[in-house]
Design a protein around this ligand. Structure first.
Ligand code: ADP
Length: 246
């Protein structure tokens, strides 16, 4: 039996009379790697913003995991429940090494400032190196993050979010600006992460979505237009009409 990791019930977001989301019903199973697609302005970012608490719904409810109502919780509280967001532009510290960036992102109740001054114990170090290995960066642990390639910076930030041990990882356009090889590796990394966690990805690159998505949700004008496998949604006449344009 599966269980929802996140569930939005009739969620609307109203920006001064403009409905960025309009009674959206969205359900994601625990352990899914879900892709969210749709034209610019469809409401994809707003849905991620609602799930991580950056934007509050004007109506409807957002349930997380074991029916925790996160719709009114602060971003901080939602993060503590197990939701992490990886934004499109990496927010790594370029003058610090890869390892130092990872140390900064260490979870536990310590908070950022105290974790800056406390060296991680050996178990934490092992964990950092294991996570870095998963994103092919362990050999670059002592390199300044500023010298990483664009793709590697994205992987470092994914690794940093994983240190917070999220149950649900929200990812904004992970492959924008990447080389073909980096795109493929990013897809593999996201699939590997989804073996342990739930992952929701906003993506415009349809070749990437086609290759790595099992289930795709299409948003349009603040509503869920259609949901299914890539093949199903890409053959839907309305999706073709409003988004894929074939
Ligand atoms: P997408 O990510 O699918 O491109 P967004 O969720 O960013 O779409 O935006 C949905 C709509 O809501 C857009 O028309 C956008 O201009 C509008 N919007 C987003 N954020 C705000 C805001 N803070 N104030 C007013 N309108 C907004």
């Amino acid at each position: 039996m599966t269980m929802a990791i996140v569930q939005a019930n009739r969620v609307s977001v109203d920006f001064s009379g403009f409905k960025a989301l309009n009674k959206v019903n969205f359900y994601m199973d625990t352990g899914e790697l879900r892709f969210l697609i749709g034209p610019n302005g469809a409401g994809k970012t707003t849905l991620l913003d609602v799930i991580c608490g950056k934007v509050k719904p004007t109506e409807g409810e957002v349930l997380f995991g074991d029916n925790i109502d996160i719709g009114k919780l602060s971003e901080y509280r939602i993060a503590r429940c197990g939701v992490s967001r990886k934004f499109q532009t990496p927010s790594i510290f370029e003058n610090l090494t890869v390892l130092e960036n990872m140390e900064l992102s260490l979870k536990s109740g310590r908070g950022l400032v105290s974790s800056c001054f406390r060296k991680p114990d050996s178990a934490a170090r092992d964990r950092i190196h294991a996570v870095l290995r998963n994103v092919d960066l362990d050999e670059k642990a002592d390199q300044k993050a500023g010298y990483l390639s664009h793709g590697e910076k994205q992987w470092l930030e994914i690794a940093m979010t994983i240190m917070q041990e999220p149950k649900l990882l929200l990812v904004d356009e992970p492959v924008a600006g990447m080389t073909g090889r980096e795109r493929n590796r990013t897809g593999e990394i996201l699939m590997e992460i989804a073996e342990e966690r739930s992952v929701l990805v906003v993506e415009h690159d349809m070749n990437f979505v086609k290759r790595f998505a099992k289930t795709v949700t299409v948003l349009h004008e603040g509503r869920v237009l259609c949901e299914g496998t890539f093949e199903e949604v890409s053959n839907d006449p309305t999706v073709i009409d409003v988004y894929l344009g074939r």
